[in-house]
Design a binder for this molecule. Structure first.
Ligand SMILES: Nc1nc2c(ncn2[C@@H]2O[C@H](COP(=O)(O)OP(=O)(O)OP(=O)(O)O)[C@@H](O)[C@H]2O)c(=O)[nH]1
Ligand SMILES: [Zn+2]
Length: 298
């Protein structure tokens, strides 16, 4: 008899895979499953030792690496929590770039502002810039436990992934949630695939699935310095910037690039203080990457 199982983590030619109510086992994968990622569902043979089929996925979060290659991060995601903290200093550009990938999955984007125990400085004043995007920011502290009840409630019953810069506290948040809200306690985040970073602390190197007791899961993902979403077309870009796309419909020219055209509704919105200039800068930078990405794709 075959069985359906979940990929908890992917490591090169191997993957940690768990059947219902069983702890994950590390299995070697056939080459045809090279695309398999954390969160994927697979079929195992009767022995449970071999992956025989990869099930269809709802969606998959991917990035482009420095060589333009497609890198799969995790699959079957409902909600992506972009984690920021006072330290390391948040990059709004990184948030803008994540949003393109998230809104195209599609999945719900949320902003998680960690390390609230560090005081009022932990609340960035530029949050208003994202009001239109409904990121519904949640303020938490993995260290003090502040806001974790709200976080657990907001995450219940769905597959959640934490993304963001290295050191914002993604693994600490998963650990705190595991401890307080009885997720499957057999696998604590520290047993995931960790490597010592330069500062002597641990850093996550591959996405890791943590099932919630009542369905759904948390996925901890490796910290990033930068993030390049896949952007095959201007339509993809527009889905990532609904605030710009909406105003762009009012531009005088249908093919307005929002650069210096007369009657540009996007530039007018910036002039009026309704849209941050940084959002349009991020748009232009990403629009410029479309042709190169298409060339790399061949
Ligand atoms: N003050 C404070 N420090 C925290 C909090 N959460 C995490 N930290 C600290 O921040 C540092 C990084 O935490 P991690 O959980 O390893 O961060 P990460 O985002 O998982 O990092 P990567 O795995 O490299 O992506 C550690 O020294 C934590 O102790 C918090 O709520 N408050
Ligand atoms: Zn325009």
């Amino acid at each position: 008899m075959t069985q359906i199982a979940r990929v908890f983590a992917r490591h090169n030619q191997m993957a940690d895979i768990a059947g219902a109510d069983k702890p994950p086992r590390r299995l070697r994968l056939h080459r045809r499953f090279r695309d398999l990622a954390c969160g994927d569902l697979v079929e195992l043979d009767a022995t449970g030792d071999e992956v025989t089929r990869q099930l269809d996925r709802n969606n998959v979060l991917v990035r482009r690496d420095g060589f333009g290659r497609r890198k799969v991060i995790a699959a079957n995601i409902d909600c992506v929590w972009i984690v920021i903290a006072p330290e390391p200093a948040p990059s709004r550009n990184l948030i803008d770039r994540f949003l393109v990938a998230i809104l195209n999955l599609p999945a719900r984007p949320r902003l998680l502002i960690n390390k609230q125990d560090e005081g009022p400085a932990a609340r960035p004043e530029w949050l208003d810039a994202y009001r239109q995007l409904d990121l519904d920011p949640l303020f938490v502290s993995a260290k003090s436990g502040f806001g974790l009840d709200d976080l657990a409630a907001a995450a219940a019953g769905q597959t959640n992934i934490l993304v963001g810069q290295s050191g914002v506290g993604k693994s600490s948040l998963v650990a705190a949630l595991l401890e307080q809200y009885g997720i499957v306690d057999a696998i604590a985040p520290t047993t995931g695939d960790l490597a010592a970073s330069g500062e002597g602390r641990h850093t996550t190197v591959t996405a890791q699935w943590f099932p919630l007791a009542n369905g759904g899961a948390w996925i901890d993902s490796p910290g990033v310095r930068d993030f390049t979403p896949e952007i095959p077309s201007l339509d993809t870009l527009e889905r990532g910037f609904p605030d710009i796309a909406e105003r762009g419909d009012q531009c005088r020219f249908r093919d307005c690039r929002h650069q210096s055209e007369p009657g540009c509704a996007v530039l007018a919105a910036i002039e009026a203080g309704e849209l941050p200039a940084a959002r349009l800068q991020a748009w232009h930078a990403l629009a410029a990457e479309i042709p190169a990405q298409n060339r790399a794709r061949g």
